[in-house]
Design a protein around this ligand. Sequence first.
Ligand code: 3PG
Length: 213
Amino acid sequence: MTLTESTRILDDIFARSRLLPVISIEDMQDVLPLVDALAAGGIKTFEITLRTPMGLPAIELLRRERPGLCVGAGTVLDAAQFQAVVDAEAQFIVTPGCTDELLELGLDSRVPLLPGIATASEILAGYRLGYRRFKLFPAQACGGVQLLEAFAAPFGDVRFCPTGGITQASAAGYLALNNVMSVGGTWMAPRELIRQGDWAGIRRLGEESAALF
Ligand code: 3PG
């Protein structure tokens, strides 16, 4: 797949769902009730991170059991993890940063890569290869809305998915920017509510968040 096709697929995914819950699974029993609660609240796209050993099996489970949802893999750090999430049928791949290794893997991958950046130089490293869609991470800590406004001038054809430190209260400010395609974070599925199995509470958070766009 070319990067132009990859950009088009990412645009399709995030046009359908402008919110991206970033989920780290601690217990496989949580996977289906958790995504079902968010889906009932109106959120149909998810990033499952590899921060826990359950990340990969959770992606496989969701691809098998919930084919109507869109499941991406997050916190992909190296080539081995990249290959593992491609094999698990992840529908997109998110990385916190952009090493040469990861950017090269994304060039002819059958799964679109959303590389993480925090600076103009990192955007340029991806831009020269053809990347036009990036994750901004950690969004709030590295400049947030002001940084994205500043990036809009030199990078007119680039769009971002900011994540990191974003809350339900601050998400709308990001979503209002023309160069933001979606906003991600853990606030839609907080660890405490997952541990308590409070699926009704998570559904409510999903509904409140989905009402933002
Ligand atoms: C990410 O990987 O995008 C962040 O860890 C999101 O987490 P936060 O919303 O809790 O900052």
